[in-house]
Design a protein around this ligand. Structure first.
Ligand SMILES: NC(=O)c1ccc[n+]([C@@H]2O[C@H](COP(=O)([O-])OP(=O)(O)OC[C@H]3O[C@@H](n4cnc5c(N)ncnc54)[C@H](OP(=O)(O)O)[C@@H]3O)[C@@H](O)[C@H]2O)c1
Length: 328
């Protein structure tokens, strides 16, 4: 299996990006969320770049922009694609524009750079989309003219918008060059609700929630299966099986559930970059290898779609570490 990074064009941005992107939020926050030091986090980002990852996704609320800023000091600025985000409360009104611009300026300071490649509005709900497009986007487009950012993007909320209503509108509006979308083995509806629109409009996609807790912690998967069988959304045997996703693990398939989860999303038509979050060097390497591995065998993909294709909103756990903030 070759571990040479692969690159794709991120929709109409035209930017060449690695198919694996380092997520600097989630539960790991590059390790800061699991007790590691800033020095270790900086080393992890540098190792990711050495392994060919050129897209780093952070956000003002993650508290990792400073780490990313330190890590990129040693590489040419144009060798790395920085995506960051501003979170603006939904009913902010007119001051939403000022707040977004202040967040952009602060991100530039934290990251120690004079431009952001992809500046995203963070966790925009369907109800908050009007504010995003009418008030915030015009102000950010002016900042783009000043050279502070190259492309605008928007990320969905995950758990409170499992049908992708916000992104469904955003891909048609011509403002957002990139969208961040939730898609995984047990939440597959972006296949019909998002990717046809992103591909038709050449909007770049960053994939989130490929693994999260549900495919990295067996007890979280077991709890989800218990709930889904109790509500009759899944057959009972799945909750009773000692290794419910064991059918994915075999000689010609994946070697772990986590590997299967990354391979499943990576080859979906319409997916450009798969983000993964980690603070663990071993996971960094194995996840890159998973994302560069071939698609899961057809029979396994068919089983996943037959079993789970109808599920919506499973496993989109919000972070615990950021009180009051519902999306990371
Ligand atoms: N609305 C939004 O804007 C939003 C929402 C969610 C996510 N995101 C973005 O998407 C990125 C990815 O999301 P995510 O952080 O939840 O990533 P993920 O890749 O779906 O899940 C990562 C979780 O699985 C663990 N893990 C990773 N690799 C593993 C492996 N090989 N074996 C076992 N466990 C493994 C990680 O812990 P370890 O540290 O132990 O590896 C972490 O807890 C975020 O960092 C963020 O940039 C954005």
């Amino acid at each position: 299996m070759s571990n040479r990074m692969e690159y794709v064009t991120l929709g109409r941005t035209g930017i060449r990006v690695s198919v694996a992107g380092l997520g600097c939020g989630g539960f790991s926050r590059l390790g800061l969320g699991t007790g590691k030091s800033e020095t270790e986090a900086v080393a992890l980002v540098r190792e990711a770049m050495d392994l060919g990852i050129n897209l780093l996704d952070t956000a003002a609320v993650y508290g990792t922009e400073g780490v990313v800023g330190q890590a990129i000091k040693t590489v040419p600025r144009d060798s790395v694609v920085i995506a960051t985000k501003a979170w603006i409360p939904r009913r902010e009104g007119r001051s939403a524009a000022e707040r977004a611009v202040a967040s952009l300026d602060n991100s530039l300071r934290q990251l120690g750079t004079d431009y952001i490649d992809i500046f995203q509005l963070h966790g925009v709900s369907p109800g908050g989309y009007g504010q995003a497009i009418e008030i915030i986007a015009p102000a950010l487009l002016k900042e783009r003219e000043k050279g502070k950012l190259r492309h605008l993007g928007v990320t969905e909320t995950g758990s409170s918008d499992p049908d992708h209503a916000m992104v469904g509108r955003a891909v048609e509006d011509g403002i957002w060059d990139v969208v961040m979308v939730a898609f995984h083995m047990m939440h597959q509806n972006a296949r019909t609700k998002v990717f046809p629109g992103t591909m038709a409009n050449r909007v770049g996609t960053l994939l989130m929630f490929a693994v999260r807790n549900i495919f990295s912690r067996p007890e979280r998967l077991a709890a989800a299966l218990r709930e889904l069988t109790a509500s009759r959304q899944l057959p009972r045997w799945l909750a009773d099986a000692p290794n419910p996703l064991g059918f994915l693990i075999h000689k010609d398939g994946a070697s772990t559930v986590t590997e299967a989860a990354y391979r499943f999303v990576r080859h979906e038509p319409g997916v450009d970059v798969v983000l993964f979050g980690t603070g663990d060097r071993e996971h960094l390497r194995t996840n890159i290898a998973s994302l560069l591995a071939p698609p899961l065998p057809l029979a396994d993909r068919q089983t996943l779609t037959k079993l789970f294709g109808h599920l919506v909103g499973v496993g989109l756990d919000p972070p615990y570490s950021m009180p009051g903030f519902s999306s990371a």
